[in-house]
Structure formats: structure tokens, C-alpha cells
Write a protein that binds this ligand. Structure first.
Ligand SMILES: NC(=O)c1ccc[n+]([C@@H]2O[C@H](COP(=O)([O-])OP(=O)(O)OC[C@H]3O[C@@H](n4cnc5c(N)ncnc54)[C@H](OP(=O)(O)O)[C@@H]3O)[C@@H](O)[C@H]2O)c1
Length: 431
């Protein structure tokens, strides 16, 4: 026997409109497999007269968000508005009114997630959020369910399509000749709709940082928030750095790194050199991937479309079907009690580092420079000289070293007479 459950949708933009289409296309199929008929009964938006990509029956569209989350005939609320308020207040109201909730909102969860997870547990309802991290890639469910019993050591993610697109274009230009300029790659991304007109949230790492905080929370069962994440943007990456990385067998990728070591959690977002034989090195253009390292399961990679209305709506609808099945069986998913997170400061994190120096081409320079590394306990894995005379450049890759030791090395190198310029630091990740 079929039962009908109704959805109240908050927001009908990229994700909301794609969800309307997906529910229309798939409702019969889902009904056949689950015995549940899903129907979008109400859709709340800000502007009733704005053009929509979908047609809705008369009376479905409303500005009354409060009415949707308190409507007794609605079973599941989907929040696809974005931002913190009014999304937070509406979700709390929906849960208090006995609705299960599905959200795609990373900003919200990375800032006030713990409050919302607790409210869902108190209400005995689902708060599902697959789409909030890596769009259509089912990484939240994998971490929450399939890997529930797995001690996860580290998660590496390419979880921002904009920055991956920009670095891919710059890398291709270095490899095949062309304009490897950051500004040109960014404007290309903007023209294709991969980057916003104001690209700050993407290129400075805030978007990936919010997702990394959610991954850390779910992977380690600890309260990690956006403010715990160290982030560096990609704007300072130069064609010269990409070229050096290529020559040494690496590709520069925008990485989110979530690690647990000795009870401490490290969460950071920055460009990094990934070895060419690492699976993440093959993730190009605006694609996303999440690489999970567990003690028992070894390595897993999840790959796909990290954004876009349709892939994101696919993840949202998967959660809606899950929530419907759980409502029917009287259960709900929980993250359990989240522990406080002991966050390791960036200064104490460790990695291998690439560092390039423009130097005077004189006897004794290499000795002076390597002496500074040694003074700070930073040992060198690769040392090369490029060019001669006024173009002389030394390139080093360190062994694994502490960030604070490497930063102290850089500061002291800047004071050496024979060092004309110290380039940016690039971390090497993934070996
Ligand atoms: N787009 C993606 O690829 C993607 C991927 C993963 C996750 N997400 C997340 O999904 C969420 C939605 O993103 P989106 O791209 O669909 O955004 P969007 O296109 O800007 O759509 C937002 C929708 O919310 C409505 N809205 C905004 N403020 C409202 C308010 N106060 N009351 C009622 N409705 C309001 C807007 O109404 P009007 O149409 O009337 O303006 C619009 O329909 C965000 O949390 C985003 O981070 C998006």
C-alpha cells in the first residue's frame, strides 16, 4: 500500500528548482521502490514575481516561510535558501513542529551545526545534509554509515570546483603553452559560470573551509566549526611555481585536509603539491573528489560533480527519500554526542614544503642557505639549482617538517645578503 508524504521546500533557486524537476521525474520510480509517494506541496521564496525555471501548480508558491515549517500537512522540509538566518530559525521551527529536515547549506552547518543536530535529536527527527559537502558526491552518507566503525586518520578533498578549475587551466597553460595567468583563468571561470562575480568565498578558501569543518565533524564525531579551519587562497600561485611542481613530478591542487593525530584535529584548506601518481592528481576542471584514509579500509576515493543544481538536487532527494523511510519506520539518524574538538594550530601542523629562492650565483651561497634550514631542524629532501648568474634560483623540497620551523627558516633566509627573493611556500601532500 502506498502512503503519501509531502515536502515543504524553502527556496526555489538553482538547487530548489532542480529538486522540483527531480521529484517530478522520479516520484513514480521512488514510489515503486519504497511504497512512498513524495509530493512537493509548498515552495517558499523571497520574490513571488521572479521568473522560475519550473512551473508550479496554483497556490504552491508562497512567501510565507513560517507557514511552510509549521504546516501540519508537511512531513519533510527542505531548506535550499542558504546563509545562516533565516535558515537556522526556520529549521529549528520545522524540527520543533515534528518535520524531518534536509539541507544543502554548508555555511549554516559549519557555524551552528551542533545546535541543529541537538534539536533534531530532541525532536526525534532527521537532519540530513548530504548536499552540503561536495554536491552530488555521496560522502556524508559514506562517512556517517558505511565508515561508521572505521578509525579515519585523514581526509583529503578537492571540494571547491572553482579553484580546481582555475588551477587546472593554469597547469594546462604551463604544460601546453598559453596564458598561465591567475587573473585570466579566474575570468575564464567567471565567463563559464564556475565562479561568482565576487569570487572571494571560493578563491580564499572559505567555501572549502566550511565543507572541511563539516567533514571533520562527521569523520571524527567532534564539534569542528568554520572558525577552526586554517585557510589560504590560491591567488598567489604563480605559473613559475606550477612549472617547478610539474618538473618535480607534482600538480598543484586546491586541497582541504582533515586529519586526526594523537587526539588533535587539524583542518586546513590551501593549495598543495600532489604527486602525479596520486588519484587526486587526476581530478581536473570543476570536478570534486574526496580521498578518505582509514586504518582498516585503507584508501577510498569519491569523485563527481561537487556543485550545480541537478547534482546537488540529486543528493538532496536521496536524503528526502531516506527521511521519508525513517519517518515511516519511526527512526531517525543521529550524529550522536559530539565531543569538543582539540584543534591543532597551523604552526604545529607538519608537511613537506617546496621553497624557491632567487639567489646571487656565488660560491658559498648554497652552504649558507642550507645552514639556515639545518639551524631550524628542517631537513632537505630535494635541492636543485635552476639558471645561472642573475637568474640563479635554488629550489628545495623539505622532508616532513613543522610549519613553525619552516616559517622561521623562511624569515631567516629573507635576511641573508645573497638571497634576493624568497618565493611562496607550497606544501606537498599525499605521499
Ligand atoms: N548551487 C549549487 O551548486 C549548490 C551546491 C551545493 C550546495 N548549495 C547550497 O544550496 C543552497 C541554495 O543554493 P542555490 O544555489 O540554490 O541558491 P539560489 O539560487 O540563490 O536560491 C536561493 C533561493 O532561496 C530563496 N530565498 C532567499 N532568501 C529567502 C528568504 N528570506 N525567504 C524565502 N526564500 C528565500 C530565493 O528566493 P527568490 O528566488 O525569490 O530570490 C531563491 O529561490 C545554499 O545553501 C548553497 O550553499 C548550492
Amino acid at each position: 500500500m502506498t502512503s503519501e508524504l509531502t515536502i515543504g521546500l524553502l527556496g526555489c533557486g538553482n538547487v530548489g528548482a532542480a529538486l522540483v524537476q527531480l521529484v517530478e521525474a522520479q516520484a513514480d520510480d521512488v514510489e515503486q521502490r519504497t511504497g512512498i509517494r513524495l509530493r512537493i506541496a509548498r515552495v517558499a521564496v523571497r520574490n513571488l514575481s521572479a521568473p522560475r525555471e519550473v512551473e508550479l501548480a496554483d497556490g504552491v508558491l508562497t512567501r510565507d516561510t513560517h507557514g511552510v515549517v509549521t504546516d501540519p500537512s508537511i512531513d519533510i522540509v527542505v531548506e535550499a535558501i542558504g546563509g545562516i538566518e533565516p535558515a537556522r530559525g526556520l529549521i529549528l521551527q520545522a524540527l520543533a513542529n515534528g518535520k524531518s529536515v534536509v539541507t544543502a547549506n554548508k555555511e549554516l552547518l559549519a557555524n551552528v551545526g551542533a545546535e541543529l543536530y541537538t534539536a533534531a535529536d530532541t525532536a526525534g527527527r532527521d537532519l540530513l545534509f548530504e548536499a552540503a559537502v561536495a554536491g552530488g558526491i555521496p560522502i556524508m552518507r559514506a562517512l556517517r554509515e558505511s565508515l561508521h566503525g572505521e578509525p579515519i586518520d585523514r581526509v583529503l578533498g578537492i571540494i571547491n570546483g572553482t579553484t580546481n578549475y582555475i588551477l587546472t587551466k593554469m597547469t594546462d597553460a604551463v604544460d601546453f603553452g598559453g596564458d598561465a595567468d591567475y587573473a585570466a583563468a579566474l575570468s575564464d571561470a567567471q565567463r563559464l559560470g564556475y565562479a561568482e562575480r565576487d569570487p572571494t568565498a571560493d578563491v580564499e578558501g572559505f567555501d572549502a573551509g566550511a565543507k572541511a569543518a563539516i567533514i571533520a565533524t562527521v569523520a571524527f564525531g567532534a564539534k569542528v566549526v568554520a572558525g577552526d579551519v586554517y585557510h589560504e587562497g590560491i591567488g598567489a600561485i604563480t605559473a613559475a611555481e606550477i612549472a617547478i611542481a610539474r618538473r618535480l613530478g607534482y600538480v598543484v591542487k586546491p586541497l582541504a585536509i582533515v586529519e586526526r593525530d594523537n587526539g588533535e584535529i587539524s583542518v586546513r584548506v590551501h593549495p598543495a603539491m600532489v604527486p602525479l601518481d596520486h588519484p587526486l592528481a587526476t581530478v581536473r576542471d570543476s570536478f570534486n573528489a574526496v580521498f578518505v584514509e582509514g586504518r582498516f579500509v585503507d584508501s577510498l576515493m569519491f569523485y563527481g560533480r561537487g556543485a550545480g543544481g541537478a547534482p546537488t538536487a540529486s543528493a538532496v532527494f536521496g536524503d528526502v527519500v531516506d527521511a521519508a523511510l525513517n519517518l515511516q519506520s519511526g527512526t531517525h539518524r543521529t550524529l550522536g554526542a559530539l565531543a569538543p574538538a582539540a584543534i591543532r594550530p597551523i604552526d604545529e601542523s607538519t608537511a613537506e614544503y617546496l621553497l624557491g629562492l632567487d639567489v646571487a650565483d656565488r660560491p658559498g651561497v648554497l652552504h649558507a642557505v642550507t645552514g639556515v634550514f639545518a639551524e631550524h631542524g628542517v631537513s632537505i629532501r630535494v635541492a636543485e639549482q635552476e639558471g645561472n648568474g642573475p637568474d640563479a634560483r635554488l629550489v628545495f623540497i623539505t622532508h616532513v617538517a613543522r610549519e613553525s620551523d619552516v616559517q622561521a627558516t623562511v624569515r631567516q633566509l629573507r635576511d641573508l645578503d645573497d638571497v634576493r627573493n624568497v618565493g611562496g611556500l607550497l606544501r606537498v601532500i599525499g605521499d
